[in-house]
Design a protein around this ligand. Structure first.
Ligand code: FMN
Length: 177
């Protein structure tokens, strides 16, 4: 896949996905673009789009809309990566996330990679901060909390960064293979 013309397109709100996108583009020595600045016309010059976005309330943020744009551009291969607060070690949660978001056929067809990141309240939009507040209240008021609930409650209390360049490796290996 190395000789094919690649571009990393990222959709990032607080910077984690952007950081991972930059690392991937640097390693692959390929183009990099913010999703807000791309068009079907501009992307039509590429063979492979590596699209990065965040996990957002259990969903892949902006994925359906972005996928339509990539299809219109005639891109041959789409590779997806998603950043999120859940750790990479939470394999069952990560797997359930993919199952929920990608129908079976799509799961097989579109290579997808998860990269842990964290939370950044300082750069979060007001809407996102409100959503986090609602989640915090909901878990606080929950009766019979599971260990996962307690961990979640602790984890969302403040900003943290568990991102690392090492999490791009599976994607880079795939692209280089
Ligand atoms: C409102 C909201 C909902 C989120 N939902 C999830 C989620 O369902 N799963 C997850 O792993 N991370 C979740 N996160 C964490 C983000 O996915 C994480 O911070 C991401 O890396 C942000 O990417 P960005 O910095 O590129 O915007 C959520 C964050 C916010 C603000």
């Amino acid at each position: 896949m190395k000789q094919r013309k690649m571009i990393v397109v990222y959709k990032s709100s607080t910077g984690f996905t952007k950081k991972y996108a930059e690392l991937i583009a640097e390693r692959m020595e390929c183009a990099l673009a913010d999703y807000r600045n791309v068009s079907a016309d501009m992307l039509s010059g590429y063979d492979v789009v590596i699209f990065g976005t965040r996990a957002h309330a259990g969903m892949i943020d902006g994925y359906r809309k972005a996928k339509k744009l990539f299809e219109r551009s005639g891109i041959a291969t789409l590779v997806l990566f998603v950043t999120g607060a859940m750790p990479n070690t939470a394999t069952a949660t990560v797997e359930a996330f993919w199952e929920q978001n990608l129908p079976e056929g799509e799961r097989e067809k579109i290579p997808h990679f998860y990269m842990q990141s964290g939370l950044c309240y300082e750069k979060m939009s007001l809407t996102d901060r409100l959503m986090m507040k609602v989640a915090a209240v909901m878990v606080k008021n929950k009766k019979d909390k599971t260990a996962e609930d307690i961990a979640f409650e602790q984890a969302i209390k403040s900003s943290y960064d568990i991102s690392s360049a090492k999490y791009i490796e599976p994607l880079v290996s795939y692209l280089k293979s």
